[in-house]
Design a protein around this ligand. Structure first.
Ligand code: HEM
Length: 367
């Protein structure tokens, strides 16, 4: 043991590693990181929760890869084999499916909490932009992953989902062919979605998540304006171990919920996709797309001389762009002034998504 001026005595292994990878620097960084404590601190946990669920996805996804076969002839059968023959195969698959849903839910909570707390104010604009890109990637993971078991529901939901991109003005038909790898949803689409799901999206995630977490580390956690204005210096708690231990309690709770859902409501497989069979009634996308899907159903066939669906897709595109540019558009927050308009916009979006999702599951299939 050699005594260290700034900390406890260290073993030889520690000293050896420190000389090579700089353990002392990492320790100093961890020791200095503080988290503000105030009445909105709860919301700081959802970024870490999203990260935890993402790690669960990576681990279970890799395990699934050992058995999955990405072709129209074998995909469904390989999942059937995994569920019936491989020990705990059904559980790993169920956890992957449920954690995907919980991660997207945690991401929505994370997004709307940072929106309502104005955490995107300078200097955190790029943290917001990288977060929006990560949300897009998470949704793309969900969309591409849904098709991989090659079952009936997934097949027709993908057919409808990719058809909708065809309504995008000018580039619509190109987009459909790009996504499907041809005119129809076939084995070529499955291979393409597989490549996107297991290689392209992970590549983008690695870079963007690295940037996002680096920026969070660099700027520290933001303190909401309402808390700043109380005039008192915000209390803080050390990230290690106080905040991290609380984070871990959250992760273990999520794991318990995940295990219960996966064990009691395991992911189903249904029937194998048959491109020549008629589409079953009540085809729906994953729940996080339902609010858009339902909106398109309510639109009249023509609006201002344009096809209703085209207008709907343009509106969602502009809505997404608006959300992306919030740090630039909210000039009042940038100047440190209150901006109630953006609170109302945030609440409006949440209410809209909740109501339309509810209608998506309860309204009659013709509406
Ligand atoms: C895979 C997706 C994501 C992961 C893993 C992730 C992770 C994190 C983590 C661990 C933090 C620090 C703790 C916290 O504030 O909760 C954070 C902060 C932040 N995230 Fe994310 N995030 C993701 C997506 C998003 C999205 C969709 C947005 C919004 C567009 C976003 C915007 C922000 C902002 C602005 C902060 C700074 C918060 C502050 O300083 O108060 N992130 N993120």
């Amino acid at each position: 043991m050699s005594p260290d001026a700034s900390g406890p005595p260290r073993g030889r292994l520690w000293t050896w590693l420190d000389a090579r990878v700089g353990l002392a620097d990492a320790e100093r960084l961890a020791r200095h990181k503080q988290v503000p404590v105030h009445r909105h601190t709860l919301w700081y946990y959802f970024g870490g929760m999203s990260l935890f669920l993402f790690v669960v996805q990576v681990i279970t996804g890799i395990l699934l890869l050992f058995y999955y076969r990405p072709s129209a002839e074998e995909a469904y059968e390989s999942i059937q084999f995994l569920m019936a023959e491989v020990e705990f195969g059904w559980l790993i698959r169920s956890i992957h499916a449920w954690a995907a849903n919980l991660m997207i839910f945690a991401l929505f909570v994370h997004l709307f909490s940072v929106l309502l707390l104005r955490a995107y104010r300078p200097p955190r604009e790029i943290t917001w932009f990288s977060g929006m890109a990560l949300l897009g990637i998470a949704l793309a993971f969900g969309f591409t992953g849904y098709l991989l078991p090659w079952n009936e529901l997934a097949y027709f939901a993908t057919k409808v989902g990719t058809e909708i991109t065809g309504a995008v003005p000018v580039v619509g038909s190109f987009l459909v062919r790009l996504l499907r790898g041809g005119e129809e949803v076939t084995g070529a689409t499955l291979t393409r979605f597989y490549g996107i799901h297991v290689a392209v999206l992970p590549l983008f995630v690695t870079g963007l998540l690295g940037l996002h977490l680096y920026l969070v580390q660099r700027h520290g956690m933001s303190v909401p304006r309402s808390v700043e204005q109380t005039g008192r210096a915000a209390r803080t708690m050390p990230f290690v171990p106080n905040f991290l231990l609380r984070d871990i309690v959250g992760w273990l709770s999520a794991l318990a919920v995940l295990a219960a859902l996966a064990a009691f409501l395991p992911a189903e497989l249904g029937r194998k996709a048959d491109p020549f069979a008629p589409a079953p009634a009540g085809i729906k996308p994953e729940w996080y797309f339902v609010f858009m899907f339902q909106t398109l159903k309510y639109l009249p066939s023509h609006i201002l001389g344009m096809e209703g669906e085209v207008v709907g897709i343009l509106a969602f595109g502009l809505g997404g762009l608006f959300l992306l540019l919030v740090p630039v558009l909210d000039r009042r927050s940038t100047r440190g002034e209150p901006s109630p308009l953006f609170t109302w916009i945030g609440i409006g979006i949440i209410v809209y998504m909740v109501i339309l999702t509810y209608l998506g599951y309860t309204a009659s299939p013709t509406k």
